[in-house]
Ligand binder design. Structure first.
Ligand SMILES: Cc1cc2nc3c(=O)[nH]c(=O)nc-3n(C[C@H](O)[C@H](O)[C@H](O)COP(=O)(O)OP(=O)(O)OC[C@H]3O[C@@H](n4cnc5c(N)ncnc54)[C@H](O)[C@@H]3O)c2cc1C
Length: 403
């Protein structure tokens, strides 16, 4: 991809990118319309075959180490691959680097016991099972997640979990979840009250209440958001991930690289949406002598989107570089900046594309409506934009007081 500056692109990624681009074009694009607007479940066999194909080509799970069956890429290298995969709504899924599984893989790789890794992480890495992550509760503001009602109480060698969660993405069809539950409600530090515990979803104390409709789309399987319940749900104490009380510290670890993944996927979506915009503008005749693309206002819109995509890419790659060099904590403000900046670019690029498509833009005959409906959440999840703006603004204001 020529638009990625050489300083952010290793020779290896330069060789890999065309292979991923070819795969997306040849195998994923033809399936998109039916898999996204039809039954995702019905497409699982064909998507499974594509996963096998990706494995046979040595392209599967690019984010994992070589020993784990991946390509051993750095965060910066994976970012560029992620942009290409983001150009199809099936990309990350087929290559097994989709959220929330990728975050759970990273978390378990670092903090799960060897037994949990053998039983859950390894099949997850191979793409044999899926997982989900249950933190947000409908009764409490997710943007301040220390307020949780879900409790996990030790009873002998077991945790007994009770609680109600929602927006547990991809719970439908998942094999296990990692649940955030309060284990020490009286701890003086509210950030040390909760823990992450793995729950296999065939547990009789777990229930998927419903897939939550998103602007009319209930979704299914991987493409869904679950409302779930834990009722006297018993799991062995050894299902704890990391230390008791470390839930929020682990959540932070999970989110740093996760924001790079999301942002690069969003940039991939923007690229594809810009392609749709240009193709439509070039073929939609206003009269026999003029197409939409001849109009200056359309041209300006295309130029604005292209400039914003380019700026986003540079910001995100620079942030990935900073995380690798100095760690996620040192890059905190940069991570917050890309989160709110790129989510807004995404909204603007999709909205302009819909406008250029006219009535067609709001139908389900193109991918635009899918992205418009499902990516609106980008400004809300992984910390609402306002929270990230505050993080950045505080650092800027602080820098002036120190002068
Ligand atoms: C598509 C999608 C997928 C998700 N997937 C998961 C998942 O897999 N697992 C999971 O546990 N959760 C998931 N979530 C939930 C997500 O983490 C929460 O929605 C998010 O943390 C915000 O919490 P809330 O919805 O309760 O909004 P609230 O906390 O009620 O906030 C509402 C609004 O208030 C404003 N606001 C909040 N805080 C501030 C502030 N400090 N200053 C100014 N304004 C503020 C923002 O505009 C915000 O949108 C998902 C959400 C979406 C939309």
């Amino acid at each position: 991809m020529e638009s990625i500056p050489a300083i952010y692109m290793s020779e290896r990624v330069a060789q890999l990118l065309p292979l991923y681009q070819q795969f997306v074009k040849e195998h994923l694009r033809p399936l998109e319309q039916s898999a996204i607007y039809g039954s995702f479940k019905a497409h699982l066999p064909v998507l499974g075959d594509l996963r096998k194909k990706a494995k046979s080509l040595g392209l599967f799970a690019p984010h994992l180490t070589v020993e784990e069956g991946g390509l051993g890429l750095s965060l910066l290298e994976f970012a560029s691959i992620s942009e290409v995969l983001g150009q199809s709504p099936l990309g990350h899924y087929v290559f097994n680097c989709q959220a929330p599984d990728i975050g759970n893989m990273e978390l378990m790789h670092r903090f799960a016991s060897e037994d949990l890794k053998a039983q859950y992480l390894h099949p997850l890495q191979k793409g044999e099972i899926r997982s989900c992550f249950a933190m947000t509760e409908p009764e409490h503001a997710g943007s301040n997640p220390i307020h949780l009602s879900t409790r996990a109480v030790l009873d002998g060698g077991e945790y007994v979990i009770n609680g109600h969660k929602w927006f547990t993405s991809s719970a439908d069809g998942a094999y296990f979840t990692i649940v955030m539950a309060v284990t020490d409600p009286d701890h003086s530090n509210p950030y040390q009250r909760a823990s992450m515990i793995l729950v296999p979803l065939d547990n009789p104390g777990y229930r998927l209440i419903r897939n939550i409709p998103i602007m009319g789309d209930v979704g299914e399987d991987y493409l869904s958001h679950g409302e779930i319940e834990f009722k006297d749900c018993r799991v062995p104490k050894s299902n704890l991930i990391g230390e008791a009380g470390s839930g929020f510290a682990l959540a932070q670890e999970r989110l740093g690289p996760g924001r790079i993944h999301h942002c690069m996927r969003w940039i991939g979506i923007c690229e594809r949406v810009l392609e749709l915009t240009c193709k439509r503008a070039m073929t939609r005749e206003l009269n026999p002598n003029h197409v939409l693309a001849d109009q200056q206002s359309i041209q300006h819109g295309i130029a604005e989107s292209a400039a914003e995509i380019k700026a986003s890419r540079l910001m995100v790659l620079q942030t990935a570089y900073l995380i690798e060099k100095y760690g996620a904590k040192a890059a905190k403000e940069d991570i917050s900046t890309i989160k709110f900046y790129v989510s807004n670019v995404l909204m603007r690029v999709i909205d302009k594309a819909i406008q250029v498509h006219g009535a067609l833009g709001i139908t389900d005959d193109t991918l635009l409506s899918f992205w418009y409906r499902h990516e609106r959440g980008a400004k809300i999840y992984d910390g609402p934009d306002e929270v990230h703006k505050t993080v950045l603004a505080k650092r800027i204001i602080q820098s002036y007081s120190a002068r």
